[in-house]
Write a protein that binds this ligand. Sequence first.
Ligand code: ZN
Length: 218
Amino acid sequence: MKGQEQSANWRTAEQAMSDQNASRLEIVQYGHPALRQRSARVGRVTDEVKRLVERLAEAMRQANGLGLAANQVGIARQVAVVEIEGKLTPLIDPEIVSAKGSEEADEGCLSLPRLYGQVARPTEVVVRARDLSGRRIKLTAEGLMARAVMHEIDHLNGRLFIDHVDPATLHWTIRTTEEGEVVVQPTTLGEALKVFVSARLGGHPRTPPGEGAPRGSR
Ligand code: ZN
């Protein structure tokens, strides 16, 4: 696929930053080195950083995501966005101050499309970050917002949800039926990663097992 060929060319963060005004941000998939990089702190919220927040929000909405980190568009800078119930929260140089509680829920990632699994996350987190005017702020997030914030901060540290997933719960979402029922197919981590890696190498992307004809799900 076109997008995958492009993402195989690893650009430096600086190149990607200067390219961002010219082209639409492209979300990279598992296997791209930026996803395993620890992002550099931004420090000063420049116009370029503000523009990056805007572009991330745009790309996130286009992909129907709840959040997106700069690593996911090949830019290793500590900038991410989360949008829950129409409220956009930029995360610039975020740091976890405290976390409490624990809850397991299904989680997925725009860089690992269609793969989901149960991840235990705190139910409440307090995060220190910068707002768009560069001021240090403290934000408290609960429930889904806490989960999304932790997922994005993980990205900025080169971590992915598959690092914390309960492997027994990993599954592909194959499709949604006309009745709105989601058809899933259990998988293993090894099998899932092979699918992403072979797609990235530009060979014939091996479709997840059972795609098109999921057994026992009709
Ligand atoms: Zn993600």
